[in-house]
Ligand binder design. Structure first.
Ligand code: SF4
Ligand code: SF4
Length: 448
């Protein structure tokens, strides 16, 4: 049961409207008015653009905050199982690095106990079950206990794993095939050095990655390669080409894990920090990628573009927007093998992100996070409908830099949609845009 209202919520009267200043194909200046709060895009004649289907009803999102905690369902649609936070890589911008010390250390036997207890609290079959590390294939013994049992209990659930792909071998590949697990390989293409060693540099590892793509990728759609966008791979078309060459598949479709967010000082001074030129390259490659189709070969960009167009078609109100990653949703549940509930799969239960325990799921409180509607910057942001607020537990300088990266990434997608749908080139956005407070700490930027 949802504890939020259904219907079409109204938006308050004084919400900002932005002017999108564009150039048309004849070089003439054109201005559009855009409201991210009621999803209207209006041209100079007053005509609404992209409103070819009726406005729909929406569920009002719960605006969680430490003083208004969210809750968690005992019938989650997505169950995220954290196996442990150990990894054989140490990515310079890892969103788990600051949490490793707070991760619950578990044994293989804990997987058996987890399975024994599952029926006592889980009241319905999840649609998706995700197995998370650290690097999940470091925990193969746990996976071999969990996956067959869960597959037998929930034959229709979609299983998935995000991995760095460095540990693949025939045993793991056969296991993936047998239990039909969707695999997302995190790899940054030409920016891979920010993660650590490149498995494509090792002939044996490269062979297993290619075998994974051949046996599970392409039309089968059971594997994707996912890049986090940083200044080292800001050109999305070059990133796609780099991975297509390694996998020997010119038609490679891939994904992004979005633009890099910043979780610690190392990332703030390094891969999380973009220059003006880095942002310009990201923008140009995304807009040009909309024109030659390469941007839409990234699942995440294609999804955002479709979702933005849909928001205009249905006049989606901002009050229906949950948080970017969905972990404010009661039906998305992250647990470790001891049954602790965490803010998300990237956080440890032995610290501030412990929200409670599955044995008392009614008492679980998501009190670590801040919905976008509590942030002045998000309320006054022209790309709110595309971004949905960056990471919900970041604050201060780490939020400021993450927001800056999201702002440029999502503005580029907005510009790409405008260009491909209307032929207009976005030049600038004006209006009551309020950015987060400037970064306060002194950082010595490290080139990446
Ligand atoms: S870009 Fe920044 S201000 Fe805009 S919605 Fe995202 S996090 Fe909020
Ligand atoms: S709260 Fe969401 S955005 Fe933040 S680290 Fe967790 S999954 Fe990622």
């Amino acid at each position: 049961m949802r504890r939020s209202g259904q219907g079409r919520p109204s938006t308050a009267a004084l919400l900002p409207i932005y002017v999108l200043s564009c150039i048309d194909q004849e070089g003439q200046a054109v201005e559009l008015s855009y409201s991210p709060h009621d999803s209207t895009l209006i041209d100079e004649t007053g005509k609404s653009l992209l409103t070819d289907i009726d406005a729909a009803d929406f569920t009002v999102a719960t605006p969680v905050s430490p003083s208004m905690p969210g809750w968690k369902s005992d019938a989650p649609l997505t169950l995220k199982i954290q196996l442990g936070l150990n990894c054989n890589y140490s990515c310079s911008y890892c969103n788990q690095a600051s949490e490793v010390g707070s991760g619950t250390v578990t044994k293989t036997a804990d997987a058996d106990e987890f399975l024994q207890e599952l029926g006592s609290w889980l009241k319905a079959a999840p649609e998706r079950i995700e197995f998370w590390g650290g690097e999940p294939f470091l925990y193969m013994a746990k996976l071999k206990r969990l996956v067959p049992d869960l597959r037998a209990r929930f034959p229709l659930a979609k299983f998935s794993i995000v991995t760095n792909g460095s540990l693949l071998d025939e045993d793991i590949l056969a296991f993936i095939e047998k239990f039909d697990i969707f695999i997302a390989v995190s790899h940054d293409g030409p920016g891979q050095h920010l993660r650590g060693p490149d498995p494509f540099d090792d002939p044996e590892r490269a062979t297993w990655l290619q075998a994974l793509w051949k046996r599970r990728g392409g039309d089968r759609g059971r594997v994707s390669f996912n890049a986090v966008l940083t200044p080292a791979n800001a050109d999305i078309r070059a990133t796609r080409q780099w991975l297509a060459n390694q996998l020997g598949d010119a038609m490679l479709t891939l994904d992004t894990e979005g633009v890099v967010s910043v979780y610690d000082d190392q990332a703030l001074a390094g891969p999380g920090h973009w220059s003006k030129d880095d942002y310009a390259l990201l923008h140009q490659s995304i807009v040009e990628g909309f024109l030659d189709g390469q941007a839409l070969q990234f699942g995440d960009i294609a999804y955002k573009a479709r979702d933005f167009i849909h928001s205009l078609q249905t006049k989606r109100p901002s009050s229906s927007l949950g948080q970017k990653c969905g972990m404010d949703d009661p039906h998305q549940l992250a647990v470790d093998l001891k049954g602790n509930v965490m803010t998300c799969q990237n956080t440890g239960a032995q610290g501030k992100h412990n929200l409670g325990h599955v044995s008392a799921i009614n008492q679980v409180k998501l009190n670590t996070s801040t919905h976008w509607s509590h942030r002045e910057s998000c309320n006054h942001c022209p790309v709110l409908q595309l971004c949905k607020g960056s990471c919900m537990y970041l604050h201060d300088d780490l939020f400021t830099q993450s927001c800056e990266n999201e702002y440029h990434y999502n503005t580029a997608i907005l510009a790409g949609v405008l260009k491909s749908v209307t032929g207009l080139t976005l030049q600038s956005i004006s209006g009551d845009i309020r950015r987060p407070p400037k970064i306060k700490r002194v950082i010595k930027v490290i080139a990446v």
